[in-house]
Design a protein around this ligand. Structure first.
Ligand SMILES: [Zn+2]
Length: 377
């Protein structure tokens, strides 16, 4: 098999880990499901193939018995810093591209702290819907929100971010439409009323989100910075029909947005072939191959990696973990991603599709170089 075990990786989409790494079995399980219903963690996560594999990997890393209690006890004997340093160190990660707005920053390592402890570079994404929510809670005037939002997104790099990230797929869907300012203002009034009533806001107001996204797209195109979109699997509240990357067509077709690289996250699972197709056709569309979340087993990882590499140029593909909460996720994805990509490329060598030198070159694009170029690292 093609050995990629020493090739450094850029994890182009992941999250900070919790500063408190002490947890019980149920809390650990909760980190390994995207389902909202509690019964999934309680009764079904331990019967999920990905989780069974993960417990075995952790047991072998911590050199303990292969069960949840032993793993919890072993990792609890190491400090949070120690876990981060050992796991990320072993994973040979070059750069973590972090969405530091989720989980709640007060519970997590900052990107700077994470970099210092883990011994790798970290860069940041600006999560758009979190910014929108914060502004709607803070200001009661729509023009003021627009002005502050525009100022924020138009100075992205100055503010220390390398790209935008949108979770619109989980809120109102990827079919981002064009609305008049009056329609957006009505939607803002509803969102603002909710923010005042509850003291916080979970933004899910379509004309408002879409309107602010179009401001972002124009600015991203002008600055030539990338926008990541969550697509497919990744949040229990998504309407999967609206998480289909084909829903982005109106945005993809806008010629004035073509200088904005668009990254479809989570291999658009289960729409992998559709997402990879878009990366094959549209010059500015890139495709993320994520090896922790979605929580699928190795056979499915081989399948989505084959589907992507079979059609899309490797210079359009990028590795990630979507690791979050615990550093084992970032670590496991790096080990597994290299293994799976290595195995698929070896199959392609065996099928006489390429030689070994070409396979190493393509692997380097997926694991490292494509991300360097898309995010100008
Ligand atoms: Zn994410």
């Amino acid at each position: 098999m093609l050995d990629l075990s020493t090739m450094p990786v850029v994890d182009n989409h992941c999250h900070p880990v919790l500063t408190n790494q002490r947890m019980d079995v149920l809390q650990l399980r909760r980190h390994f499901t995207e389902a909202n219903a509690a019964s999934l963690a309680e009764r079904h996560v331990p019967n999920t193939v990905y989780y069974l594999w993960m417990i075995r990997q952790m047991a072998s890393f911590y050199n303990c018995a292969c069960n949840e209690d032993a793993v919890i006890a072993a990792r609890s004997s190491v400090s949070a810093n120690g876990l981060l340093e050992r796991l990320v160190g072993e994973a040979a990660i070059d750069t973590l591209v972090l969405d530091a707005a989720y989980p709640a920053p007060e519970e997590c390592y900052t990107p700077e702290h994470m970099s210092a402890v883990a011994g790798c570079r970290t860069v940041k994404l600006l999560r758009l819907e979190t910014l929108m929510q914060r502004l709607v809670v803070a200001y009661d005037d729509f023009d003021e929100v627009i002005a502050r939002f525009t100022e924020h997104v138009s100075t992205l790099r100055e503010k220390g971010y390398c790209a935008f990230k949108s979770i619109v797929a989980y809120r109102t869907g990827l079919d981002v439409a064009e609305w008049s300012k009056d329609e957006a203002a009505l939607s803002f009034a509803e969102a603002r009323a909710e923010a005042v009533r509850k003291g916080q806001l979970r933004i899910a107001h379509k004309p408002l989100i879409d309107y602010l996204l179009h401001i972002t797209f124009a600015s991203a195109a002008e600055q030539q910075v990338a926008v990541q979109f969550h697509t497919g699997y990744g949040d229990g509240s998504v309407n999967m029909l609206l998480g289909n990357p084909l829903q982005l067509r109106a945005v993809l077709e806008r010629h004035d947005y073509r200088t904005m690289p668009i990254v479809l996250l989570h291999e658009s699972y289960p729409y992998t072939q559709l997402g990879a197709y878009l990366a094959t056709i549209y010059p500015h569309v890139y495709f993320d191959l994520s090896y922790t979340i979605p929580f699928v087993d190795k056979l499915e990882m081989l399948a989505f990696t084959r589907q992507a590499l079979s059609v899309a140029p490797a210079s359009k593909l990028m590795y990630s973990s979507d690791g979050i909460y615990v550093p084992e996720m970032h670590w496991a994805a790096a080990l597994r991603g290299r293994q799976v990509i290595g195995q698929v490329l070896q199959e392609m060598i065996d099928a006489d599709e390429m030689d070994q030198e070409q396979a190493y070159y393509l692997a380097h694009l997926v694991l490292h170089d494509t991300a360097y170029s898309v995010y100008k690292l």
